[in-house]
Design a protein around this ligand. Sequence first.
Ligand code: ADP
Ligand code: MG
Length: 305
Amino acid sequence: MSSAVSFQQVTKHYGSFEALKGISFDVEEGSFFGLLGPNGAGKSTLINAMSGLLVPTSGHIKVHGEDVVHDYRKTRRALGLVPQELIADPFFTIRQLLELQSGYFGIRGPEQSKWINELLERLALSDKANSITNELSGGMKRRVLIAMALVHKPRVLVLDEPTAGVDVDLRHTLWEFTKELHQKGHTIILTTHYLEEAEALCEKVAIMQHGEVKALDTTSELLACHPFRYVRVSVEDETQPLSEALKSKLVESDASGYLFKLEKQQSMSDMLGMLHQSGLDVKDIRSRDASLEEVFMNLTGAAQS
Ligand code: ADP
Ligand code: MG
């Protein structure tokens, strides 16, 4: 497999603060890759360095084998970036912005106009094509950014929190759209706050914290390596006290019962024994494997917010 993007010992310092502490990993060509981490982990810094928006303090980043600093024009053409920050432009309409962006890459002509129309249609922006972006909702501004990132049909699409603050409908539209681009062969790099989104979409995931990569693996391997599984127990009377053994396994409780976590090697019979010993009046038991959210919390000790 060849690499779409290769990070080689990338650091970024702001004064004495190290936003990136020597990041090295590769994103395989054609993969759907998730970049996760709590706020301030360094995800946007890494993405911006890859896109040539900032220069790393040391290290190298290659896009399809070309260095993003030395071969900026070439690598910029291979990338489409959907930035985290929204834009609002009081001077240009959506269509004009897309034409300007095309011009920046030197692409014009009827084929390009056709592609722009297609993008407007796919992102449900056709009837707003002649509006200035100041007049648009947040979700629409996000879609304009996605259209702008795609005007030059980049091989690698990088989305920095594209679904933050976006309603459920649009989130699903964007999922479908990025899945389709992935199926067409584009490499997709996605950062997101929604871990169920990463779990559903990403084949491989890097989890960053404090400017370092804490874990990098296929999503299925990360889930399989998690040391716990989870047991939800519904009870008749949730005021009944739990035994010490059960308390040590408790994750959370609510009006309908408890969520326990169990070491993978521990058997369900142990769990049933403990419930029996506590004398709980059990209504229902459901056991499941970890979600990516739980893997993330276990690795970083933080909720992704
Ligand atoms: P993430 O996208 O993972 O939330 P960022 O990459 O935006 O994180 O930020 C990583 C860290 O670098 C944060 O602690 C942030 O405050 C810091 N940082 C980002 N940009 C600058 C800057 N221009 N000057 C100083 N610190 C910065
Ligand atoms: Mg960010």
